[in-house]
Design a protein around this ligand. Structure first.
Ligand SMILES: Nc1ncnc2c1ncn2[C@@H]1O[C@H](COP(=O)(O)OP(=O)(O)OP(=O)(O)O)[C@@H](O)[C@H]1O
Ligand SMILES: [Mg+2]
Length: 156
């Protein structure tokens, strides 16, 4: 489904809805151009999910762990050279754990993403506006779509 965000506050609302729907083992894939708002959305999701620490872009570390309601893993695979490198970093253990995983630039590791996941593509419309496309598979995705439809009905 497609969602229009008019400003950062709307992105925060989206982050809250996502956090509310998260289930154990959820995988959230974020794509979109440099500086479009992937980390911002991650920060809002994490905050609502109970992560007390402020999330910064983990570009040089690739994977960072935080504690929320349950473990919260933030990956930024922009600088990864190959899917094999991900396994060397313990990718499997993160992805198939009970924690939540958010992956920025997930399309670069398309071949090793789990089937059940939520894909979020963010497009820049202008300085503040974003168009967000959400697709996915699995229980978490189904729940998210239901909540987002409710949200749409309240703003439109
Ligand atoms: N509606 C919006 N949603 C998200 N970010 C917005 C919005 N409006 C403005 N911004 C600004 O856009 C910037 C997004 O930066 P951010 O680091 O989140 O991008 P990114 O996609 O993670 O970049 P990178 O590809 O480098 O990781 C922030 O400065 C944020 O304040
Ligand atoms: Mg980022």
């Amino acid at each position: 489904m497609k969602i229009n965000l008019n400003n950062l506050r709307d992105t925060e609302k989206l982050g809250k809805i996502i956090a509310k729907c998260i289930e154990k083992g959820a995988v959230i894939c974020l794509n979109g151009d440099l500086g479009v708002g992937k980390t911002s959305l991650t920060q809002f999701i994490a905050k609502e999910f109970g992560v007390k620490e402020y999330i910064v872009s983990p570009t040089f570390t690739i994977i960072k762990e935080y504690n929320g309601k349950f473990p919260f893993y933030h990956m930024d695979v922009y600088r990864i050279n190959s899917e094999d490198d991900m396994y060397d970093l313990g990718y499997d253990e993160y992805i198939y754990s009970e924690g939540v995983t958010v992956i920025e630039w997930s399309r670069l590791i398309e071949g090793i993403l789990p089937q059940e996941r939520v894909n979020i593509e963010i497009k820049r419309i202008d300085d503040d506006k974003r168009e967000v496309n959400i697709e996915g598979k699995g229980m978490f995705y189904e729940r998210l779509v239901k909540e987002l439809k409710k949200y749409e009905n309240t703003v439109n």
